[in-house]
Design a protein around this ligand. Structure first.
Ligand SMILES: Cc1ncc(C[n+]2csc(CCOP(=O)(O)OP(=O)(O)O)c2C)c(N)n1
Length: 361
């Protein structure tokens, strides 16, 4: 349980014995690479747009792309996801368009969620439940969902995402305990990116690993190199099968957050640049690209073309999305109560009036 499951080493050299056990065509691998690249490039745009004042906050995905993309690729269509705020890959793999993501992220007038919550995430058509701002509270909902699926005999598995910091919340312990007792079809995907904002994982827990916590709850623990998409894919397949057969899984994906926690913090206050540069060498895209190129699945030229194509598409979409008019200011107050209470209505009228006055002058 402490051993790290890895198929591609840091240079992208493959373990031939392990890869022979996974059934992935070249086309599927290329699709996985493309999805990671989309996440990387889109994430960079979201960071820049936030810096330009287009949105209040962004939680960068850089360095962690292999996890959401790998898990989503290994899932079945009917499975459900309960993400955190760092799982852009789920939306991409499940078919959300760049346009939809940008409209939602910018909370413009084409955002179907009207700017409520971490609006990038969630959608019935993707089987993705919107994420919650308080850390780990969604785990209880995910566990309940898995319990309902079991009672209804729905043939699905729930994937509940969390960070290393999320394991210190009571919700986590209550959820995995419940899942163990009722043998639920659920996989908890813990992205151990080494920090919960500024708190390093060794201050988060005295356990040797996160996956080892599974033992006490009678569920299965797995520890995977989260920067190795082939290992994530293969482990997820196995975890899914286990969960479906009544043995829930805590899958620790060991990774590293290369960017800041969000656009609101300064990581140089709690970690060194040398550490980041060291970890950058292990990042998931370079590793998978090396594998694809050295095995003749992709050429350097094709990779550059793919990159350019994605860059162009995203840039074009950004231009469109930023020109979409904003939401009317009163949407901040709407969709909370079916009948808006008088005091909220009073406040809304005041804000709308002030907003109109500000924008006239
Ligand atoms: C209940 C609660 N406490 C504190 C916060 C503030 N907060 C937001 S993210 C975060 C760290 C979460 O770290 P981790 O679970 O490791 O996930 P990561 O952001 O590293 O992906 C904290 C403390 C919060 N959102 N909810």
């Amino acid at each position: 349980m402490s051993e790290l499951y890895q198929i591609l080493d840091e240079e992208g050299v493959v373990n031939k014995q392990l890869i022979s056990k996974i059934n992935l065509s070249n086309e599927q691998m290329l699709e996985m690479y493309k999805h990671m690249l989309i996440v990387r490039i889109l994430d960079g745009w979201l960071m820049r747009l936030q810096r330009m004042g287009r949105a209040a906050i962004h939680a960068p995905n850089e360095g962690q792309e292999a996890i959401a993309v790998g898990v989503a690729h290994a899932s079945e269509k009917q499975d459900y996801f309960f993400p955190t705020y760092r799982d852009l890959g789920l939306m991409i793999v499940r078919g959300a368009s760049i346009r939809e993501i940008l409209n939602r992220w910018l909370a413009n007038s084409q955002d179907p969620l009207k700017g409520h919550e971490f609006a990038i995430y969630g959608g019935r058509k993707y089987n993705i439940v919107p994420t919650t701002t308080p850390v780990s509270v969604h785990l209880a909902a995910a566990t309940g969902f898995a319990h309902a699926a079991k009672i209804r005999k729905d043939n699905l598995v729930v994937f509940a995402f969390l960070g290393d910091g999320g394991t210190s919340k009571g919700d986590f312990h209550e959820s995995i305990n419940w899942a163990g007792v009722f043998r639920l079809p659920i996989v908890y995907v813990c992205q151990n990116n080494q920090y919960a904002i500024s708190l390093p994982v060794k201050r988060q827990t005295a356990s040797e690993t996160i996956s080892i916590k599974a033992v006490a709850y009678g569920i299965r623990g797995m520890r995977v190199d989260g920067n190795d998409i082939l290992a994530v894919y293969s482990a997820t397949k196995e975890a899914r099968e286990s969960a479906r057969n009544g043995m829930p899984v805590l899958m620790e994906c060991v990774t590293y957050r290369l960017g800041s926690h969000t656009t609101s913090d300064d990581p140089s206050r709690y970690r060194t640049q040398e550490e980041v540069e060291q970890m950058r060498k292990k990042e998931p895209l370079r590793r998978f690209k090396n594998y694809l190129i050295s095995n003749g699945i992709l050429s350097e030229k094709e990779e550059q073309e793919l990159r350019k194509e994605i860059e162009k598409e995203i840039e074009d979409e950004v231009k469109i999305a930023v020109s979409v008019p904003p939401l009317p200011v009163q949407t901040i107050f709407e969709d909370v109560y079916s009948d808006m209470p008088w005091h909220l209505k009073e406040e809304m009228d005041l804000v709308v009036k002030e907003f109109e006055e500000d924008h006239q002058s």
